[in-house]
Design a binder for this molecule. Structure first.
Ligand SMILES: *[C@@H]1O[C@H](CO)[C@@H](O)[C@H](O)[C@H]1NC(C)=O
Ligand SMILES: *[C@@H]1O[C@H](CO)[C@@H](O)[C@H](O)[C@H]1NC(C)=O
Ligand SMILES: *[C@@H]1O[C@H](CO)[C@@H](O)[C@H](O)[C@H]1NC(C)=O
Ligand SMILES: *[C@@H]1O[C@H](CO)[C@@H](O)[C@H](O)[C@H]1NC(C)=O
Ligand SMILES: *[C@@H]1O[C@H](CO)[C@@H](O)[C@H](O)[C@H]1NC(C)=O
Length: 439
């Protein structure tokens, strides 16, 4: 499949977390470490271990690294302290737990918070059940980090965190999916008259009126400007990026409290990209063709400069959702006769599975760019966790050109299966679970 698929109306994306420390939290973390160490001290030197360990305040939240040393060194102490726990993973602490290490666990009693029938705001494109998908296992997998317990998503708590705030997702159709996922994960607790949704060409806004909160999406598939931002140009060879210009989009990002960016899949339409920079009065003729990672680097630098020169990190938090993997080469997971992701019903089991749809060079461009920034940016690192989920794409249960695939098209997955976008409910719900655990 060429990259023409990222479909027209503004889309949504994914999360994986690698974290830069959030400055504002530093004093807090010092305090928590101190409290933790006190608690650990208490645990080790108090005889009333069972009493303490049953008190949740004293569970070893921020000192997870230390207790893990204790665990391996002193097995019996561990048994005493933790024998009331079901498993030995720690409570979640964003600065200690790497959520990327873990596994998908099947649990049929886990139910998504919404369905494509219950949530009125889902695009047909991602409404797999409505579009005819029959198997349901893909909705019952839960991501479990190895070292900690990822908190369940709590809609009330999420809305409280958003009270008096604007949250804006900016990016492509994968980001649009993440936005719709989040809206659906909270909207059902709000009565009809206390919420609203306004879809626009580039900006869409969901409002939770009583909370004075908005969850918004802004369509900018490359973040920087391009000639395909408005009306989508199907032929990648005709697309031209203005890698040094972001202002036209960015004035829509002002006054926002929480910004979540992504951009990846639109860059991957070929080996090279037509790019413009400087003030080329001659438009199209002034472009140069650059290798994709080079163009990406310049484009992200432009974005980073805007963030650093505009965002006050005391008022605005910035997140970046890493690349959402595509699953169009079934050979990646050892199926040489497979039809892309079509008919897949189980995640890949192999640890650290990484396919050809996630470009490591592009990942390092993002990591290097963010490292040099003044404003702290928190990664929602969705790439590895989503790599396993070959079963969760929209596949043939989607639409093209505004129409659900015909039976004939469904019978030809090689040409028509979409192995880029994700069914909702589905994997982007987990991205948001991770996102809110870090918020
Ligand atoms: C995201 O996680 C993967 C491992 O799962 C890691 O290789 C990559 O560097 C991380 N990305 C960023 C931007 O930190
Ligand atoms: C499955 O999920 C349910 C509901 O969240 C939970 O009570 C149960 O312990 C889980 N089962 C397993 C095997 O994890
Ligand atoms: C509502 O939220 C906005 C930010 O989105 C804030 O500027 C405003 O002060 C809030 N209004 C009230 C009444 O708190
Ligand atoms: C953020 O707040 C701190 C402490 O109040 C202050 O020292 C710092 O100058 C502020 N930073 C910005 C960018 O306004
Ligand atoms: C897809 O899976 C179904 C059920 O397992 C099977 O009957 C069918 O032959 C498969 N189709 C292809 C093209 O592999």
């Amino acid at each position: 499949m060429s990259l023409a698929p990222p479909p027209p109306p503004p889309p949504p994306p994914p999360p994986a977390y690698s974290m830069k420390q959030y400055r504002g939290k530093l004093p807090l973390s010092i305090i928590t470490v101190a409290v933790c160490c006190l608690a650990l001290f208490a645990l080790l030197y108090t005889e009333r271990l069972s009493l303490l360990s049953s008190t949740s305040i004293f569970r070893p939240k921020s000192c997870s690294k230390r207790p893990s040393v204790l665990k391996s060194k002193d097995k019996s102490a561990e048994d005493n302290v933790y024998n009331t726990e079901i498993d030995d993973r720690f409570d979640f602490d964003p600065e200690e737990c790497n959520v990327v290490n873990g596994k998908w666990v099947f649990n049929s009693s886990i139910k998504p918070l919404y369905s494509d029938r219950s949530c009125p705001y889902l695009d047909r494109q991602v409404s797999c059940v409505k579009n005819g998908r029959q198997d349901s296992a893909y909705r019952h997998w839960e991501w479990q980090p190895e070292d900690c317990t990822l908190p369940r998503f709590n809609p009330e708590l999420a809305l409280k965190k958003l009270r008096n705030k604007r949250l804006l997702f900016v990016g492509d159709s994968l980001q649009r999916g993440q936005w719709q996922s989040l809206v659906c994960m909270v909207e059902f607790i709000i009565p009809e008259e206390k919420k609203s949704m306004k879809r626009g060409r580039s900006l869409s806004v969901f409002k939770a009126k009583e909370y004075n909160a908005t969850i918004e999406f802004y369509w900018a598939p490359f973040l920087v400007e391009s000639n395909t931002d408005g009306k989508i140009i199907g032929d990648p060879k005709k697309r031209i990026l203005k890698v040094d210009s972001v202002a036209k989009h960015a004035h829509n990002w002002l006054g926002v409290d929480i910004l979540v960016f992504n951009t990846y899949v639109w860059w991957m339409s070929g080996l090279r990209l037509k790019t413009l920079w400087g003030s080329f009065a001659n438009g199209q003729d002034g472009y140069a063709e650059l290798d994709t990672p080079v163009a990406y680097k310049i484009g992200l630098k432009t974005w980073a400069n805007w963030v650093d020169s505009t965002i006050n990190s005391n008022h605005t938090r910035v997140f970046f959702t890493t690349m959402s993997p595509t699953h169009t080469n079934s050979i990646d997971w050892g199926k040489k006769d497979g039809l892309k992701c079509f008919n897949e019903t189980k995640p890949v089991k192999k640890k650290k599975h990484w396919g050809s749809g996630s470009d490591k060079r592009m990942m390092s461009v993002v990591a290097d760019t963010v490292k040099k920034m003044k404003v702290p940016v928190t990664f929602i690192n969705v790439t590895q966790i989503s790599e396993y989920r070959i079963d969760a794409h929209t596949s043939v249960y989607t639409e093209t050109g505004g129409k659900v695939l015909t039976e004939e098209q469904k019978a030809d997955p090689m040409h028509h299966a979409d192995c880029i976008h994700w069914c909702l409910p589905g994997v982007p719900d987990t991205w948001n679970q991770i996102f809110f655990a870090h918020l």
